[in-house]
Design a binder for this molecule. Structure first.
Ligand SMILES: Nc1ncnc2c1ncn2[C@@H]1O[C@H](COP(=O)(O)OP(=O)(O)OP(=O)(O)O)[C@@H](O)[C@H]1O
Ligand SMILES: [Mg+2]
Length: 342
């Protein structure tokens, strides 16, 4: 599969993109001067052949960004390019190069997996024979061959999402937009979708993946853009983002709830002024430390000397949750209830 890129060398590029939604009761055209800026000078650069994570809390602007890039929404200012094509000037050509899996699966429940894919193939004018052939290839690729002739109503959530992914691949897109592909799936279903995404990228597709799951971006993406209130507030590799929050953390789980205060005291002393966080129900204490090995040794020895039993003690790399908290000051909780049900 050929991967098209812009002159700048990116498969997807956004520069200063602004998108306003019309406020309720506001007259006139969508996206006039008024209205809330769902995208407020949004920048994004996705390297070809990679998974790029677009990470942010509810209402940050992830779906809006995807819909703008996929030509489904017009934007008011800035520049956007997909597969080397200008999104505003050549929306049709962009559409022929992309696939999109929305936040909600678009599978026809009444049909079998195979019938769903053949139907999409015909919708895209592949012709009956080619549609049948393509459906077969995709069922195989997404590990659905065995279930191909069962009604989609009988599919598990993970199988349904895989079928949805397969249907967005009918035309072998250069760039695939996946909007929260694993929301609502259990760990197994999530793992299945991750495998499918990895296989796609191995085949040369570029994937822009939106997610609220920090772990998902961490596992799949080689690059992450963090979006908050319509703006990219960070853009880096998962590791570099974690390094920004500083050092590792030490974590101690007390065996006896009565020892929690003593554990806090010890960790506080060793952490030397860093914030000590206590999770009382879990009997867990953690704190950021500068010298990881020295801190671990010192805490372990000190607790042992005081005769305090621990259930668990160890070092943890910062999570992307920590990164988000550091970058935005408000963690990943909702800061703006979306109008569309999540
Ligand atoms: N059709 C719409 N009309 C008006 N405002 C909208 C519309 N769609 C989204 N918004 C607003 O634009 C902002 C960004 O929404 P968007 O759906 O892009 O966020 P998101 O990051 O995808 O959130 P989620 O994680 O909940 O899917 C939010 O404030 C939302 O309320
Ligand atoms: Mg969304």
């Amino acid at each position: 599969m050929s991967v098209s890129v812009s002159a700048s060398g990116y498969a997807v590029l956004a520069e200063g993109v602004v998108k306003r939604y019309k406020e309720k009761g506001q007259k006139g055209k969508q996206g006039g001067d008024g209205g809330k800026r769902a995208l407020d000078g949004f920048d994004l650069a996705v390297r070809p052949g990679t998974v790029h994570g677009l990470l942010g809390p509810n209402g940050a602007g992830k779906t809006t960004a995807v819909r703008v890039l996929a030509t489904l929404l017009r934007y008011e200012a800035g520049r956007a390019e997909v597969a080397g094509l200008d999104v505003a000037r050549e929306p049709r050509r962009v559409r022929s190069r992309i696939g999109l899996t929305g936040q909600y699966a678009a599978v026809d429940e009444g049909l079998t997996g195979r019938q769903n894919l053949e139907m999409f193939g015909r919708l895209f004018h592949l012709g009956n024979r080619r549609a049948r052939q393509r459906a077969g290839e995709l069922l195989d690729r997404f590990d659905l061959t065995e279930a191909a002739d069962r009604a989609a109503t009988e599919y598990s959530g993970g199988m349904r999402r895989r079928l949805d992914l397969a249907s967005s691949m009918i035309l072998q897109p250069d760039v695939l937009f996946l909007d929260e592909p694993t929301t609502g799936l259990d760990p197994r279903g999530r793992g299945e979708v991750w495998e499918a995404v990895r296989a796609l990228v191995a085949g040369g597709t570029t994937v822009l993946l939106t997610t609220q799951y920090l772990e998902e971006a961490d596992r799949l993406a080689s690059h992450i853009t963090v979006i908050d209130r319509g703006r990219a507030i960070a853009d880096d590799t998962p590791d570099a983002l974690k390094n920004r929050v500083g050092g590792d953390r030490i974590e101690v789980v007390a065996a006896d709830p009565g020892d929690l205060d003593a554990v806090v005291k010890t960790v506080d002393r060793v952490a030397g002024g860093g914030l000590v966080v206590t999770d009382t129900p879990a009997r867990r204490v953690h704190a950021q430390v500068a010298d990881r090995v020295a801190a671990l040794t010192e805490v372990a020895r000190s607790l042992q000397d005081d005769g305090i039993a621990v259930e668990d003690i160890g070092l943890r790399r910062p999570s992307l949750d920590d990164v988000f908290l550091r970058l935005t000051g408000h963690g990943t909780e909702n800061h703006d209830a979306p109008e569309v049900a999540a």
